[in-house]
Design a binder for this molecule. Structure first.
Ligand SMILES: [Zn+2]
Ligand SMILES: [Zn+2]
Length: 391
């Protein structure tokens, strides 16, 4: 009897501690740890279901012990999004619209997935940290590309990972970067990435930020060129052979001082199998380099190459002579130290460049503050601001 109990105990523990996938018997990839104690790779479970033509009813049961599998966070979020959308349309009396018809169809589909026997509470756990949920007004600010409001909210609490906050479940759990990307707010996107926004996060439909950028509608350069909000910079990037990839220069024998410096690939030269690149330094020197001299080096918040600062309602681009300078600048900013020595001349040049970039992109955080203009105009601006009532 005692042995029996011990065996049962060991058995249950083995399932939890070994964490092998019950299907492929290896360490689970993207593990799904079911409340019954059984674990599966996400992929294995889905393949098993499709291979054996598992019916909807049985899809919600563990393949080993038949215990009920609660719905995933994504399923629940989609359910809530559809319900909220349906209610809203009913409130507006648009129950005969095509949109309403679509929402009802989507809702029926997700209700089927979740199952009528769901207790309305239990959600399948995963190993991801639960994200901070942003308030609705921040969701709306990100939609508008209102840099100031978004950054202010993010920096108001450093104990939370607010840069990776998501909207509420009834708004599809979209990360801030996702919302900014959806609406082509390039400058806000850059600022969020500098702060460590994760481009791999998914909304409740499982779409990542890169996914939305390259989805049918947005991913076409033609789409980006259209209309008033045309994003030519992004369109050119998507059209270019090397997609604006950032690289480090390596093994340059005739000019060894360039090794370790970073550059942006502008153009592939097929005849010579070389790349035309622009150095990521203040000099912006243009070079032609072979593939052996280029090594991929993606930007990170600590190693960003250039830095966009948001100050006094405007964005200022800082370029540096070397990556070390850039890293030191970022580190000092993060430590809350006072601004590292940036000469006034450099700052003026940076501001001018930023203003030009903004004008070129047609980006402007708030319409009440002119995006162009330098220090000399500040007094004028103050007068203007004085007339306006603050909201
Ligand atoms: Zn597996
Ligand atoms: Zn089980």
């Amino acid at each position: 009897m005692a042995a029996q109990i011990e065996m049962d105990g060991t058995d249950a523990n083995t399932v939890v501690t070994e964490t092998t996938c019950g299907i492929c018997l290896e360490e689970p990839r993207d593990p799904l740890n079911l409340p019954c104690g059984h674990s599966f790779c996400d992929g294995c479970l889905n393949e098993w279901r499709s291979r054996y033509g598992v019916e909807e009813e049985m899809r919600r049961k563990c393949p080993i012990c038949r215990a009920t599998i609660p719905p995933s966070k994504e399923m629940v979020s989609t359910l809530l999004t559809c319900r909220a959308a349906k209610l809203k349309l009913e409130d507006y009396g648009e129950t005969s619209s095509e949109q309403y018809h679509d929402v009802c169809r989507d809702l029926a589909q997700v209700e089927e997935l979740v199952g009528a026997d769901w207790d309305g509470v239990t959600v399948l756990e995963d190993d991801r940290q639960p994200a901070v949920v942003m308030p609705d007004y921040i969701h709306n600010a990100a939609l508008r590309g209102a840099i100031k409001s978004v950054l202010k909210w993010i920096s108001a609490n450093h104990t939370e990972d607010r840069v990776n906050a998501i909207s509420g479940p009834e708004r599809m759990c979209m990360p801030i970067l996702f919302i900014a990307t959806m609406n082509n707010h390039l400058m806000l996107m850059t600022l969020l990435l500098q702060l460590g926004a994760d481009a791999d996060l998914r909304n409740s439909n499982g779409v990542t930020t890169l996914g939305i950028l390259f989805s049918d509608m947005k991913g076409s350069a033609a789409f980006l060129r259209r209309g008033n909000g045309a994003n030519l910079k992004l369109a050119n990037l998507l059209d270019s052979e090397f997609g604006g990839r950032r690289c480090e220069i390596v093994n340059h024998s005739s000019r060894p001082e360039l090794n370790g410096k970073t550059c942006i690939n502008d153009e592939y030269l097929p005849d010579s199998n070389q790349y035309k690149v622009t150095l990521e330094t203040k000099s912006k020197e243009v070079l032609v380099l072979g593939p052996d001299n280029l090594k991929r080096r993606d930007r990170t918040p600590q190693d960003c190459g250039y830095y966009i600062e948001f100050k006094n309602g405007r964005t200022i681009r800082h370029d540096f002579d070397s990556n070390e300078d850039c890293q030191a600048f970022v580190a000092a900013l993060n430590n809350g130290e006072t601004q590292p020595a940036v000469t006034e001349e450099a700052e003026a040049a940076a501001e001018l460049a930023a203003a030009e970039l903004l004008a070129e992109l047609g980006l402007d955080d708030s319409p009440s503050v002119p995006s162009s203009g330098c220090k000399a105009k500040k007094s004028k601006k103050k007068k203007k601001g004085g007339k306006k009532k603050r909201k």
